[in-house]
Design a protein around this ligand. Structure first.
Ligand SMILES: [Mn+2]
Length: 302
């Protein structure tokens, strides 16, 4: 039997329902009985981050959830969905919530809060649906995760993850956690970071000062020479610093391709490494929503 590669993997949407509909139509999905489906029974795989930032978060969630529940799509959890669960779940032991309601956290979540202001019941139902989303998906021929596939974390989650229980949310949000839950969640949903050399720092897209850069773990190791080859948003003054042989940044080595989003890439979408493909090209920041169509090989559509 031929292996099924009838999948279209779609990057981070962040409330851009119009871009999502345009992309689905380009991929020949049509809305039937209110739900998008493909005439040849192709399925979409969403890499997470459905909410926050964009103008049509409710519409996005309805479209995506309807596709998943009707068997026309699969989806993994993004860090924004994990954050939302944590933000809205009361911490019964410590008081407050599993994610602080500080200015920084509210700012990141504000569009969702505003767009659901008069839809409490609907939002509660979406939060319940977020809790059902897997942290990664393994298909016969490919894998999907929101930010980073590290075999050690995936193995850990396969054995330890039993859903977003209060214990899991407590550890997953605790930077001092020593059980491995925090690191596994953090790196799987938000990626790996590396401290910049010599105390260097930069301002991220929300104006937060950062001393760590996100690691471009999908970059083929044979073309890693300078700091900018392994770090995203690397400050210019150190971008061309040579990597020493001792530098050990994460590399994905499996033959099975992995697809992910999360990194707000800029420019023209391209497959940099066919074994590890990032599909987030910043639709919520003037970029495009991208799909990778699988079949005879893989092709980006946007
Ligand atoms: Mn993300």
């Amino acid at each position: 039997m031929a292996v099924n590669t009838n999948y279209d993997i779609i990057g981070d949407i962040h409330g851009h329902a119009d871009a999502l509909e345009r992309l689905l139509q380009k991929l020949c999905y049509t809305r039937r009985f209110g739900v998008y489906s493909h005439p040849e029974k192709r399925q979409v795989v969403f890499v997470g981050d459905f909410i926050d930032r964009g103008p049509k978060i409710r519409e996005t969630l309805h479209l995506v959830r309807d596709m998943v529940l009707s068997g026309n799509a699969h989806a993994v959890m993004g860090n924004h969905e994990f954050n939302a669960i944590s933000f809205h779940t009361p911490h019964t032991e410590k008081g407050g919530f599993f994610r602080d309601h500080s200015l920084k956290e509210i700012t990141q979540h504000i569009e969702t809060l505003e767009q659901f202001r008069h839809y409490d019941g609907e939002w509660a139902a979406f939060l319940d649906w977020f809790k059902t989303l897997p942290l990664f998906l393994e298909f016969d021929q490919f894998r999907v995760v929101h930010a980073c596939w590290d075999d050690a974390h995936i193995h850990f989650l396969q054995h330890q993850y039993t859903g977003t229980t209060t214990d899991f949310l407590s550890k997953g949000n605790d930077k001092t956690d020593k059980t491995g839950v925090h690191t596994a969640v953090e790196e799987t949903l938000k990626g790996k970071e590396s401290v910049l050399p010599d105390g260097h720092s930069f301002l991220d897209k929300d104006g937060n000062l950062r001393h760590e850069c996100r690691v471009r773990w999908w970059r083929d190791p044979s073309i890693r020479e300078q700091l900018k080859d392994v770090m995203i948003d690397c400050p210019e003054e150190i971008a061309e610093m040579k990597l020493s042989a001792a530098d050990n940044y994460h590399t994905y080595t499996n033959d099975k391709p992995v697809f992910f989003g999360h990194y707000w890439l800029k420019g023209i979408p391209r497959i940099e490494n066919p074994n590890a493909v990032c599909l987030d090209y910043s639709v919520a920041k003037g970029g495009v929503l991208v799909a990778c169509r699988l079949g005879e090989g893989m092709k980006l559509v946007y």
